[in-house]
Design a protein around this ligand. Structure first.
Ligand SMILES: C[S@@+](CC[C@H](N)C(=O)[O-])C[C@H]1O[C@@H](n2cnc3c(N)ncnc32)[C@H](O)[C@@H]1O
Length: 211
């Protein structure tokens, strides 16, 4: 069982070593009056906790450059920054998510760089500096499956070592898994998180095939 961490005020959660704010927290309510994320980036999704739990067991090298794609409020970026001292770049198409990410990063004392971009179009030059790519709940439309696959292919060509994506188990995610299994060393597992409460999901850990 995890150590009990008392939170300083209501509507703050604590999970995997980071503090999070829920939708009823005054800071979030104030931000929501000014910024309205419109591609589902309006909360912390359960798959981000599945990713945190998985990375707790199958971690990243400390201090590595890591890109989070479809970051939303960036809980996974903040976790990697805090837990692995990762140098994070958080990518999202929707610029309205970044003020929420900034508050979360500040609250946890980590720095996260933003990149407002379509993750399916991130260029090889931008991928080349990254050791890992992570993402949670980012394959929810048919139109994302193949472009996300091409991004992973580009990333491995550019020198990325590993891509880890979690999902609640959407059909589009399983299509993506099939695509990855044809080309790479892709391990799909069921996983669950226990903080701040129980969430179940899937994790796909992808590495380039050994030649
Ligand atoms: C379901 S939310 C997940 C957010 C976060 N990863 C989490 O688990 O809490 C999906 C996120 O992906 C972003 N997104 C969707 N399509 C995108 C694309 N093509 N390029 C970059 N970001 C995208 C959305 O803006 C949103 O923030």
């Amino acid at each position: 069982m995890p150590r009990l961490e008392r939170v300083p005020e209501p509507h703050i959660d604590y999970a995997y070593g980071i503090f999070l704010l829920d939708n009823k927290h005054n800071l979030i309510k104030a931000l929501k009056k000014r910024y309205q994320p419109s591609i589902h980036g309006h909360k912390t999704w359960g798959s981000s906790f599945v990713l945190m739990d998985y990375l707790t067991h199958h971690g990243l090298r400390r201090g590595a450059h890591v890109m989070e794609i479809g970051c939303g409020w960036g809980p996974a970026s903040v976790f990697c920054g805090r837990h692995f001292k990762a140098k994070m770049t958080a990518v999202d198409l929707d610029s309205a998510v970044f003020p929420f990410l900034d508050v979360l990063a500040e609250l946890n004392g980590v720095e996260v760089e933003h990149l407002q971009a379509d993750f399916t179009k991130v260029k090889s030059a931008e991928l080349a500096g990254q050791r890992y790519i992570v993402g949670s709940d980012i394959c929810f439309w048919d139109s994302l499956v193949k472009p996300l696959g091409r991004l992973v292919n580009r990333a491995f060509k550019a020198g990325v070592e590993r891509v880890v994506i979690t999902d609640p188990g959407r059909p589009t995610f399983y299509e993506f898994c099939d695509l990855m299994a044809k080309k790479h060393d892709a391990k799909l597992q069921e996983w669950y998180a226990i903080e701040p409460e129980r969430y179940e999901g899937e994790v796909l850990d992808i590495r380039p095939k050994k030649q």
